[in-house]
Design a protein around this ligand. Structure first.
Ligand SMILES: [Zn+2]
Length: 400
């Protein structure tokens, strides 16, 4: 199986300057290649392809010995391929009749990753498994950069990327042939409801990864974004506000990934079969109802509270995606069975008698069946329904 690892880099001041220059030059290359394609298309209706631009690279490097020529050939090709991908997506959107959105020039802060497609070609992962402290990544034009390898890397390193997040630098490895490490069978099955008060609630009544800290950071982020919107363009205060928003984004992301890892680890450790919601469907069914404007039929009321709730919701939504991605990997690695089900009606159906009614859901957390008087935590009730739906799917599949 394939897996990626992300580690903090500890570059020296000189290496930091080189990393910044490396990123800037790759961004310049991206923008120049984009300009080239635009002009050719606007003036002569000619489509420039990746192959044409890649062939130009050696001239570009020869003309700029102290600039572009410092970096690896293959990382520059990867940058041109990235532009090619943006154009393919653009043409696909045109074909599909959607809003095309022409590929855009990348400003500073909008281009934060450089990728080397092959370990050993312009880059080298240098790690001794027994000595995590002696881990480095060698990057052409940058040097031998120290890596904080907080967990072992398994499998074969395929691609190496360097990523800037705020003022920090990371290396991301994509590895192939990562061996699975099956966990002993537990004989237990579980249904998982993804929610707002807790990231995940199990059919056994456990609440995993309560996003309390995340919600606090999300609130601060909303405030910081409002603050940023009031600052004058080009001012020193605006730059500070931008840095603050970026730092809070980073914090939210780290908290989210951390919570998702903990919840997914607990599930993969304790259960052989894990049933959860199909996220594409969950996102639609869980969208909050917009408030209609009574004076204008078909229009909706804007309000600040809703905007803030909207942001919170976006953050939680993204949390579900991160959680499911991590859970899929952990389950595969541990040899667990993961089943996804359509979550429609799981929150309004009574897990004891099967009676389905919107009135069953009395509050965000409270469930009381109007038919049999069964009372439960709403998320636990939903998780039991999810488990049941998953086991039914599994039985049907085994019978077929
Ligand atoms: Zn009931």
């Amino acid at each position: 199986m394939r897996r990626s690892y992300k580690f903090l880099l500890r570059p020296t001041a000189k290496q930091t300057a080189a990393l910044t220059a490396c990123l800037d030059d790759h961004r310049t290359l991206y923008n120049a290649a984009l300009e080239h394609r635009r002009t050719a298309y606007a003036k002569a209706k000619v489509s420039i392809r990746y192959g044409d631009q890649s062939a130009e690279l050696k001239h570009i490097r020869a003309d700029d010995p102290h600039g572009q020529a410092r970096w690896g050939f293959s990382s520059q090709q990867a940058t041109l391929r990235r532009l090619d991908k943006a154009f393919r997506a653009f043409f696909d959107r045109v074909k599909a009749g959607r809003t095309p959105g022409f590929p855009r020039f990348k400003g500073r802060g909008r281009f934060d990753t450089v990728t080397w497609p092959k370990d050993g070609d312009g880059c080298r992962w240098d790690s001794q498994p027994e000595h995590p402290a002696a881990t480095f990544v060698r990057l052409q034009g940058v040097g031998h950069v120290r890596v904080h390898r907080h967990r072992p890397v398994r499998g074969r390193v395929k691609t190496i990327s360097v990523k800037r997040e705020g003022s920090r630098w990371f290396v991301v490895l994509s590895c192939d042939d990562v061996p699975a490490s099956p966990l002993p069978a537990t004989g237990a099955v579980v249904g998982v409801d993804m929610g707002v008060a807790s990231l995940a609630t199990t059919s056994d009544g456990e609440h995993l990864a309560s996003p309390r800290h995340l919600a606090a950071s999300a609130g601060k982020l909303a405030d910081a974004q409002r603050d940023l919107a009031r600052k004058k363009r080009g001012s020193a205060r605006r730059r500070k506000a931008v840095a603050r928003v970026a730092a809070l984004h980073g914090k939210v992301r780290r908290q989210r990934v951390d919570g998702a890892h903990k919840a997914a680890n607990a599930l993969a450790r304790d259960y052989d079969v894990i049933v959860c919601e199909d996220l594409r469907i969950a996102n639609m069914t869980k969208a909050p109802a917009p408030k209609p404007d009574p004076d204008r039929p078909g229009a909706f009321l804007p309000n600040r509270a809703a905007a803030k709730a909207g942001l919170n919701k976006n953050i939680l939504d993204a949390g579900w995606g991160v959680f499911l991605t991590i859970l899929v990997h952990k389950a595969e690695s541990a040899g667990r069975e993961l089943i996804t089900v359509n979550p429609a009606n799981t929150s309004r159906t009574c897990a004891r008698c099967g009676h389905r009614a919107a009135e069953n859901r009395v509050t965000q957390a409270g469930f009381r069946c109007t038919a049999c008087r069964h009372e439960a935590h709403a998320d636990v009730n939903a998780a039991i329904n999810i488990l049941r739906a998953g086991l039914a799917l599994r039985d049907a599949a085994q019978a077929a």
